[in-house]
Design a protein around this ligand. Structure first.
Ligand SMILES: Nc1ncnc2c1ncn2[C@@H]1O[C@H](COP(=O)(O)OP(=O)(O)OP(=O)(O)O)[C@@H](O)[C@H]1O
Length: 425
């Protein structure tokens, strides 16, 4: 295969999912400079492989081992967290219901998916009848996809992909749900793709299908590639593992899974770098330098998380904005903000009232103002040159009432001081 065109090259590809329970936890984590962030889960932990034109690669592994995540990155549906996924050619993924709009009919979904794969209206019209015939859906083609069984969705997805003429075809368990005749027909068709020089990735839990389709197998195990090689070498090892695993007691199985899942949570890119360093130390020094060059960007995370520089710039920007808001709108000193941060919010109401006065053409009439102030918020910030008497007169309430509400022992007030203005009607 080494002489065939490389269609997919994965270099230390990882995929991290965050396990934040709420959206707000993600926002908080962005600004967290120290301490624990949100918990991570590395579904793919740095895999490398090459796929060639004309190759059918089976992807095997137990549930949750990362097969679909890996193939979604090949299809470009999701981006790696780090590492490089290089794709030479167009891709088409067939997974049960992948990329289908449930509320649209089968026919509308054919049109949509074909357009997304770059076909013109004319090409779609020319192929429409063949696609419908291949799908065996008959009159159901004009029913919404949400009414289809998983087997029908798989048939539709397969039919669309057969005619999309992509260079890289990904079949993710789509042949596990159809009826045996359709599955056989689809497998024959897939073999033809191979002869046409396409690259096929094939996921199936059926060992028989795998043996019929694939010449090479990648065994995914909790986010890692455990084996990658000819089917005759990998399948017996995988079956031996399954046999051993299935013989374990329920408790032993859970302990095994827990250990690997825990490693997927605590994994770091530094860890991956160390593994690669160790591998290089054992490698031939001549290829070592070349590999180091190739890998220099492989351990850098993508921009899913804000970098330190961006965080610092954003924090400065937010502080400056709050400072400006505080000076222009709230007339509060920094000392006051530090002493009473919540006043940033509570004081916003009176300043909003001034803006409202202006918008409604009011001239700051005291009675109107006091009513609005009482209706929305009772806080008032003392301005430069104001006395308790002038505030009381403006708010149309007595000095004694303000003193009582604020537990003041004398009439002294200072600029920036926040007072509660009681309601007197
Ligand atoms: N969006 C997500 N958020 C958090 N975890 C996810 C997400 N998508 C997948 N995972 C986790 O990543 C791991 C790999 O999932 P993936 O679907 O790739 O496995 P799989 O090998 O295709 O499994 P199966 O054979 O059951 O289809 C699983 O543990 C899964 O729970």
């Amino acid at each position: 295969m080494a002489d065939k065109k490389v269609t997919v090259a994965a270099n230390h590809v990882t995929k991290r999912f965050d396990l934040a329970e709420r959206q707000s936890d993600k926002v908080k984590a962005v600004f967290k400079f120290w301490g624990k962030g949100i918990p991570n889960f590395w579904a793919v932990k740095g895999v490398s492989f090459e796929a060639h034109a004309g190759e059918t690669i089976g992807i095997i592994g137990t549930n949750g081992s990362g097969k679909s995540t890996l193939l979604e990155m090949v299809a470009g549906l999701t981006q790696p967290t780090s590492g490089q996924m290089t794709i030479n050619g167009s891709t088409s993924i067939i997974a049960i219901g992948a990329g289908m709009r449930p509320q649209l009919t089968g026919r509308a979904n054919i049109r949509l998916k074909a357009l997304m794969q770059g076909m013109t209206e004319k090409e779609i019209e020319a192929k429409m009848d063949d696609i419908i015939e291949f799908s065996e859906l008959g009159d159901f083609i004009d029913q919404p996809v949400k009414s289809y069984s998983s087997g029908m969705k798989s048939k539709l997805g397969f039919a669309i992909s057969v005619y999309s003429d992509a260079d890289i075809v990904i079949i993710d368990e789509a042949l596990s749900v159809g009826d045996p005749t359709f599955t056989q027909k689809s497998m024959e068709r897939t073999k033809r793709f191979k002869e046409e020089g396409k690259t096929i990735f094939f996921v199936s839990h059926s060992a028989a299908q795998m043996r019929q389709m694939a010449d090479r197998v990648i065994w995914m195990h909790y986010g890692d590639i455990r084996m990658d090689g000819p089917i005759d070498e990998v399948m017996p090892e995988y079956e031996r593992f399954l046999k051993h695993f299935n013989r374990l007691s329920e408790n032993e199985r859970l302990t095994y899974q827990k250990r690997y899942k825990e490693a997927q949570k605590t994994f770091t890119l530094e860890h991956l770098k160390q593994i690669e360093r160790n591998r290089q130390m054992l490698a031939d020094p001549a290829t070592d330098l070349q590999r180091q060059k190739e890998n220099q960007h492989a351990f850098v995370e993508d921009n899913e998380k804000m970098g330190w520089f961006t965080r610092i710039v954003l924090t400065i920007f937010i502080i400056a904005t709050v400072g400006l808001m505080n000076k222009q709108l709230l007339n509060m000193s920094w000392a006051n903000v530090m002493a009473h941060p919540t006043h940033l919010i509570t004081n916003f109401a009176p300043s909003k009232l001034a803006a409202l006065d202006k918008r409604h053409g009011r001239n700051g009439d005291d009675n109107q103002r006091t009513d609005m102030l009482t209706a929305t918020q009772n806080s008032y910030t003392v301005k430069e040159g104001e006395t308790l008497a002038s505030i009381a007169a403006n708010a149309n309430i007595s000095v004694a009432a303000i003193m009582q509400a604020n537990q003041l022992t004398d009439e002294t007030v200072t600029p920036g001081q926040v007072l509660t203005l009681p309601v007197e009607r």
